[in-house]
Design a protein around this ligand. Sequence first.
Ligand SMILES: [Zn+2]
Length: 346
Amino acid sequence: MRATLMYQAGDVRIVEVPDSRIEHPTDALVRITASCICGSDLHPYHQMTADKGPARMGHELIGVVEETGSEVTTLAKGDLVVSPFAISDNVCEFCRENLQTSCVHAHAAFWDGLEEGGQAEAVRVPLADGTLVKLPVAPDSALVPSLLTLADVFGTGYHAAKMAGVQPGQKVTVIGDGAVGLMAVLSAQRLGAEQIILMGRHQDRTDLGREFGATDVVADRGEEGIARVRELTGGHGTHAVLEAVGHMPAYEQAIGVVRPGGVISRVGVPQYEEAPVGFRSLFRHNIRLAGGPAPVRAYIEELMPDILDGTIEPGKVFDASTDLDGVPAGYRDMDERRSLKVLVRP
Ligand SMILES: [Zn+2]
């Protein structure tokens, strides 16, 4: 079968690999019908050294179950399923607390790092009963792009808003106009935020952000951006800041725009270990810091109905689509900001 391999920074290829197959009785074999390239795939695309490769790529996928292991009880051949970016049993003590990204099962993992991946023709899904969720549509449904966002970006944006405790009537700042930032806007709107300020510089993206519920857009960054957000909020900043970037300037911006007593909720993977948490940054005004790898498995059933009935269309974040052969170009287009998010139909 064919799959996407990254050999090192900037070097993505489609190659023949051994067919995925059932290895454990809890596995399912899934033929992938829709996948995509993630903003976080751009981190290795910039940084990966040759000794770390080649690595299988892709952690968001929808597909058809082709075969199930002997212990799989909830899925059958022919089911259309979505997989979150984390594999979990969905029954351990952390999974029961809706923290599936901390699942303690020996086979729990993130797709990234496994000898399997979503940007391929097929995939072996470990812990299939816990990980996969059935979709009540056909593989060629027009809802597939929106349903695919449940694998990562929508659940991740929603996690940011949930961890910030966004309440009806609150003011929210979203930092970052990538797919996750835009999903954070949609999520804040869904939770009833009254003012949603999107900080981003790409107008085609912030326009989509307005469609998803942003009331204000701030293109400035750093001190100018902070001043602009304060101006828009009567000088005090916002109750919640949803940080969907992961770089230090975004964290500093978050500190600059959070309201006394507010929450900074991070879902952009931090590219730093040390950051201000002392008197002037967090302590002085009772600022709380929240967030982490989103347990998107916990949100799939909650978010799916609004997609199925057409209330929301998070799939609008996909502005390009390709087959497997177009994946290397898709990485380039996302890296050069020509595409927001690329849908892959293997
Ligand atoms: Zn678990």
